[in-house]
Design a binder for this molecule. Structure first.
Ligand code: SF4
Ligand code: SF4
Length: 128
């Protein structure tokens, strides 16, 4: 993915509790989406519910070719998901490196959208 991304304020994840604490986590998890089968195993083990489904391309069958993505704004770096994924397709990165990795490894995002695609009120949000 390329370009400046901003949080999609309409995504249901934006209504979940924010990450506690002032310091960002040392590690963040990133899904290598090309290897994700959408099996959802990782979702159950996330203590802060920060793993979101990305529906497949067919709106009539969203479960087909679904993937997941991790909300970097809410991940606490616990490493559960990277240990639980049966396909070893989640990696932990140092906090700052994770944003670059997210850009390289994310094929489709529902949590973040292109800055230029959003109306003005969204443009002040944190960029990825
Ligand atoms: S590292 Fe922990 S908090 Fe972050 S997405 Fe994985 S399970 Fe959730
Ligand atoms: S456990 Fe791995 S393969 Fe399954 S949905 Fe999560 S990241 Fe994708």
């Amino acid at each position: 993915m390329s370009g400046i991304k901003v949080e999609d304020l309409n995504h249901p994840a934006r209504f979940k509790p924010a990450r506690k604490g002032k310091k960002p986590p040392k590690l963040l998890a990133v899904v290598h989406q090309s290897g994700c089968t959408g099996c959802e195993v990782c979702i159950a083990g996330c203590p802060v519910d920060s793993i979101e489904l990305v529906p497949g391309p067919d709106p009539k069958n969203p479960g087909y070719q679904q993937m997941v993505e991790i909300d970097l704004a809410r991940c606490i770096g616990c490493q559960n998901c990277s240990q639980d994924c049966p396909w070893e397709t989640i990696s932990m990165y140092n906090h700052d490196d994770a944003f670059v990795a997210w850009g390289n490894e994310t094929l489709t995002s529902k949590l973040y959208v292109d800055l230029e695609e959003k109306p003005e009120e969204t443009k002040s949000e944190e960029t990825v």
